[in-house]
Design a protein around this ligand. Structure first.
Ligand code: IMP
Length: 427
C-alpha cells in the first residue's frame, strides 16, 4: 500500500502544500519527518488561505491524521498557537499526533540561533532564527529536551541544567549576554505539558501499524533537497535531512516500506538565505519572477532570491532521493516570456560540467549554461489536462522532464486547489 514521500527538489518553497493538498482526501496519515517551524506551507482551500509552519498540511483534511514525527523539532508555543489559530477558523485539530521522541525547541535555543547569526556577521547562514540549528545540535550532542521529558519534572530539570551548563558559559563569556536561568526555562517548558498531552503518542508504532493495515501514509518533507545537511549546499543548509532517507529516520519506517518518492519542482528556482545559487537573476526578469510568483517567505516574510530553472539541480535531486515522480509547480508564473532560459549544465573554470560538483569551491564558481526554450502567452490557469496547455508550454514541461530524470506526473497552473493538471495518479 502506498507510503509516499513528498519533498522539495530544490531549495524549498516549491509549493509542497498544494501537492499535499491535492492528495489530501485520499491520504490517511500525513507525517512530517524533519525540520520545525522554519518551514512554511501555503494551502488554499476554497477562498481560505492557510499558512502552516509546523503542522503537517493534512491537518486541513477531515479524514486525515496529521503526525509530527520524531525527526521534527517542535517549538511548543508555536505549535499551540498554530492549533488555536486553526480552531478559531473551525478546523478540527484533535486528531494530531505528536511523537514523544521529537525534540523541543527551548527558549534558550531560539536565543542561541539569533545570537550566533549575529556573531557570524557577514558569514551568517541567514537562518530563520527559529532555533532549529541549535536544537538539532543539542540532539546530536545528547543534551536535547524531548517532548516526553515534559512529563518528568526531575529529569527535565537535570536535562535543562546539562544543556545550560555549557550554553551559559558561551552566552556570558563569548557573546557577552545574560545567562539563562534553569528554573525559568523548566517552568516555561512544564507549562506546555498539559496542553500538549492529548497529542503525544508513540508515532512510530502508529505509522507502522497504519502501513500494515494498508493505509495511505504521506511523508511530508520541509525545506528542500539542496538545504539538506548532508546533501545540500553545506554550510548554507538547514540542520536536518529533508531528502528521502530522512523520512525513514525521522518517522521510524524502514526504506522497504516507501513505495514512491515525489519531488516538488518549481518551474523556475528560488532560494531564501545565503549560499550559492548559479541561476540567480539580479535583473528585471528576477524581479518579475518574484512579483508574479509571490516569492516572499511564508515563515520569514523575506523576499526570495529568484532565477531560471536549473536542470543540474533537478537531476541531482532525482539521484539523491531516488525520485519516482516530479510535481512541477507554478508553470503559470512563466506565462508571458518570449523565450525561457533553462540551465542545462555549468561552466566551471572554463569546463562544461553536467552534474552537480561535489566540491563547494567548484559550485561557488559554477556559471549556468543556458538553453533557450520558446515561451507562451496564453493563460494556462484553466488547463485541466496536458493537452490543454499551449504547445510551447507542453514542450517546456517535456524538456524539463527529459533533463531532470523522472516523469512529471502533475503540473501546478495556479495557486488554487483545483488548478492542477494530473498526468499520472500518485496513488
Ligand atoms: P534554518 O533552517 O532556520 O536553520 O535556516 C537555514 C537555511 O535554510 C537558511 O538559508 C534558511 O533561509 C533556509 N530555510 C529554512 N527553512 C526553509 C524553508 O522552508 N524554505 C526555504 N528555505 C528555508
Amino acid at each position: 500500500m502506498p507510503a509516499l514521500v513528498l519533498l522539495g527538489a530544490q531549495w524549498g518553497d516549491e509549493g509542497k502544500g498544494k501537492a499535499t493538498d491535492l492528495l489530501g482526501g485520499s491520504v490517511d496519515y500525513v507525517v512530517r519527518y524533519q525540520g520545525g517551524n522554519n518551514a512554511g506551507h501555503t494551502v488554499v482551500v476554497g477562498d481560505q488561505k492557510y499558512a502552516l509552519h509546523l503542522l503537517p498540511s493534512g491537518i486541513l483534511s477531515p479524514g486525515c491524521t496529521p503526525v509530527i514525527g520524531n525527526g521534527v523539532v517542535v517549538d511548543p508555543s508555536v505549535l499551540l498557537s498554530e492549533l488555536s489559530g486553526l480552531n478559531e477558523r473551525g478546523v478540527d485539530t484533535s486528531k494530531l499526533l505528536l511523537s514523544g521522541n521529537a525534540h523541543i525547541i527551548t527558549p534558550y535555543n531560539v536565543t542561541v540561533d539569533k545570537v550566533t547569526e549575529r556573531f557570524l556577521g557577514k558569514r551568517k547562514i541567514g537562518t530563520t532564527g527559529r532555533g532549529i540549528g541549535p536544537t538539532y545540535a543539542d540532539k546530536i550532542n545528547r543534551v536535547g529536551i524531548r517532548v516526553q521529558d515534559l512529563y518528568d519534572e526531575s529529569i527535565l530539570t537535570q536535562k535543562v541544567e546539562a544543556a545550560l551548563d555549557v550554553k551559559n558559559q558561551i552566552l556570558t563569556k563569548l557573546y557577552n549576554r545574560r545567562a539563562m536561568a534553569v528554573d525559568q526555562a523548566v517552568e516555561e517548558l512544564l507549562g506546555y505539558a498539559d496542553k500538549l498531552a492529548p497529542y503525544v503518542a508513540d508515532t512510530v508504532l502508529v505509522i507502522n501499524q497504519a502501513l500494515e493495515e494498508n493505509k495511505v501514509v504521506l511523508f511530508e518533507g520541509g525545506q528542500g533537497t539542496l538545504l539538506d545537511i548532508d546533501h545540500g549546499t553545506y554550510p548554507f543548509v538547514t540542520s536536518s535531512n529533508p531528502t528521502a532517507g530522512g523520512a525513514c529516520t525521522g518517522a521510524g519506517v524502514g526504506p522497504t516500506k516507501i513505495s514512491r518518492v515525489i519531488g516538488i519542482l518549481k518551474a523556475y528556482t528560488t532560494r531564501v538565505g545565503a549560499g550559492p545559487f548559479p541561476t540567480e537573476l539580479f535583473d528585471e526578469d528576477g524581479e518579475a519572477l518574484r512579483r508574479i510568483g509571490g516569492e516572499r517567505g511564508v515563515t520569514t516574510g523575506r523576499d526570495r532570491r529568484c532565477g531560471w530553472f536549473d536542470a543540474v539541480i533537478a537531476r541531482y535531486a532525482t539521484r539523491v532521493n531516488g525520485l519516482t515522480d516530479f510535481f512541477l509547480t507554478k508553470l503559470d508564473v512563466l506565462t508571458g516570456w518570449e523565450q525561457i532560459p533553462v540551465c542545462v549544465a555549468y561552466e566551471i573554470d572554463g569546463k562544461r560540467v553536467e552534474e552537480l560538483p561535489y566540491s563547494q569551491t567548484d559550485f561557488h564558481h559554477a556559471k549556468p549554461v543556458y538553453e533557450m526554450l520558446p515561451g507562451w502567452s496564453e493563460d494556462i490557469s484553466k488547463a485541466k489536462s496536458f493537452a490543454d496547455l499551449p504547445k510551447n508550454a507542453q514542450s517546456y514541461v517535456k524538456a524539463l522532464e527529459e533533463m531532470s530524470g523522472a516523469p512529471i506526473s502533475a503540473i501546478g497552473v495556479g495557486p488554487g486547489r483545483d488548478e492542477t493538471i494530473e498526468i499520472n495518479s500518485f496513488l
